[in-house]
Design a protein around this ligand. Structure first.
Ligand SMILES: [Cu+2]
Length: 320
């Protein structure tokens, strides 16, 4: 097995988890077996072509009678081989589907077109965007869901891949055994920027991970609401439709919004946009469609806490 793995290692990405070789060994075994059968098959074809060729003009081929012995052999051997492969795959599947009980949980939310990772420390939530930090040699279980469409979370070097589905929790687990950064991909076509829905897994020493987590937790308590709001602007995906520069995108730019007169496709204008107006725009965006724009924004009810709405409002207020 080791020889096969070394010989064909150019075919698969590097292995950075303990379970990667379980998958690779099955892959190599099936490829190896298929190659062997193909070669044997063609050898037999060539041999038959030579052995049973027509030697003289008008020569007849002999009568062929059935051979029960041969039929039993070519039925029983492949059956044993296929059942063995199935059992091997089944036992690997069981290992890969059942995270160890002490696995460290990290929540993953996929949305068009970013990954947000959440950690809990002393009851506080720490979030990162596009960066999954994990300690080395510790089982990690990712609890994943989607806010919009089907996505799929894949880390080739970890041999990890699972659909991320709105309204459903899916799980993958791994124990990374190599320090460094590894690329993740979304492997389910999910819209225009699907190919940019990337993230990096950073595998770090346990102590460095703990320190990072503590520092992040401390920073989130001391930062001002508007600084936290600036993070939410990215994390909650407002950035994909709203700019901060004054140039309109899918939605109006946030620059100078507070205090501005707002006109709508329907209904009375608002003389000066204030905190309440922003709150209503986030929770019930379809109630007032800003003039010149399409109703492309979905409500954030259930996706943002009151505190978060306050933070993002403070952030928008700070943009003159
Ligand atoms: Cu995606």
């Amino acid at each position: 097995m080791d020889i096969l793995e070394k010989l064909f290692s150019f075919m698969l990405p590097e292995q950075a988890t303990g379970t990667a070789s379980i998958i690779d060994q099955i892959f190599y075994a099936i490829i190896g077996l298929s190659a062997l059968v193909t070669i044997l098959f063609f050898l037999v074809v060539v041999w038959f072509v030579i052995r049973y060729r027509r030697r003289r003009e008008g020569e007849k081929t002999g009568t062929i009678t059935e051979s029960h012995k041969l039929e039993i052999v070519w039925t029983v051997i492949p059956t044993i081989v296929f059942v063995a492969i199935a059992l091997w795959g089944w036992s690997a599947y069981r290992t890969l589907e059942h995270p160890p009980a002490d696995a460290y949980p990290i929540r993953v939310v996929g949305k068009q077109w970013a990954w947000v990772f959440s950690y809990t420390l002393d009851g506080k939530e720490i979030q990162t965007l596009g960066q999954l930090n994990v300690p080395i040699n510790r089982p990690i279980v990712l609890e994943m869901t989607s806010l919009d469409v089907l996505h799929s979370f894949s880390v080739p070097a970890f041999r990890v891949k699972k659909d991320v589905v709105p309204g459903l929790k899916t799980q993958v687990w791994f124990t990374s055994n190599k320090l460094g950064s590894f690329q993740t991909y979304c492997t389910e076509f999910c819209g225009t920027a699907h190919s940019k829905m990337l993230a990096t897994v950073n595998v770090m020493p346990e102590q460095q991970f703990e320190r990072w987590l503590r520092d992040e937790a401390a920073a989130s308590t001391t930062a001002s609401p508007s600084v936290l709001g600036a993070r939410l602007y990215e994390f909650k995906g407002c950035k994909s439709c709203h700019t901060l520069t004054g140039v309109d995108d899918v939605g109006p730019s946030f620059k100078g919004l507070v205090g501005k007169r707002r006109e709508f496709e329907e209904g009375a204008p608002v003389e000066a946009a204030d905190e309440n107006y922003i709150r209503r725009s986030i929770l019930d965006p379809k109630s007032q469609i800003v003039k010149g724009f399409k109703p492309k924004m979905n409500s954030f009810v259930g996706q943002m806490t009151d505190e978060e709405i306050h933070q993002i409002t403070q952030f928008i207020k700070s943009l003159h």
